[in-house]
Write a protein that binds this ligand. Sequence first.
Ligand code: ASP
Length: 340
Amino acid sequence: MTPAAGRGPAAAGLPEIGVATMGGTIVMLRGEDSGLTPALDAAELVAGIPELAGRAEVRGTVISHVGSPSIRFDDVISTLRWSLRTVDEGATGIVVTHGTDTLEETAFLLDLWWDRSEPVVVTGAMRSPEESGADGPANLLGAVLTVLEPESRGRGALVVMNDEVFPSDSVTKTRSFGVDAFASPYGALGRICEAEVEYDRAPGGPRPAPLPVPEGDAWVPIVAAPLGEDGRVVDALLDAGVDGLVIDGVGAGHVPERMVAAVDRAARRVPVVMATRTRRGRTGRNTYGYPGAEIDLLQRGVLMAGRLTSIQSRLLLWSLLASGVRDHDAVRGEFDRRGR
Ligand code: ASP
């Protein structure tokens, strides 16, 4: 691992790394008669990792001190803006520490908007700092090593958990407990071994152009489409004023026939995106022709999410709508580019 050299205020000494903390188990301590709540800041986190000394200078900030289900879009945008400022002032890259419940969502959003070659690496912990075998220090060290690794440049936002480096466009939390909770159906990009980051593959071509950072807001709920569902939820959401809709479809992106009329009504008014709840592989284009299958839905103007999950599709559609991108072809273009 070669420390990046020659940039910014830390050029004379160690490379500088920004560490933004956003809450989560990695900073949580147990109160006297209550459960875990956020307590530590970036400096306290870093102080628990002696291996960092001699590798990097850390500039820290606390963005939020919450459990990650309560992270808001504004918090992610604040993290983005602080991170951009920090790399512009010379940092080699950014580590974001985050609760694991929604970690993949913040990583996905940061990746949509990140327009620098410096890495932004999101990490967290499945065990709190006071538990035996706490994984936060190792994950934080792994994230710092990943930022310092020159091969991490140009890869956008990454996720480091349990000594594995994941792409932010496919990693998900797959277990409620356990240090190996994170996985990608398409595999990790690399791993951390003996304090070195080893990538298995080079970046697969240029990243899609970053999206504008939203100035506004939009309401984009996700609707499930399980066996026996009809269209009442879709109609109710339409009446309530949604700006867009994501459907967590079955199989290759299908809904029950009884939902079709409502989905059709929705697609005439707002962008409707169909994802597959299988979490692996992409939505169909031209295989199934029954009512509620992809050929029927495409003809009704429904957009296909490709391999983006419904969670990712909601974030992408939110980002587009909240920055004023409403044109059907422009929205479809982004899903085609990112869902491949
Ligand atoms: N279980 C969570 C975590 O691992 C809590 C949260 O997401 O904030 O951090």
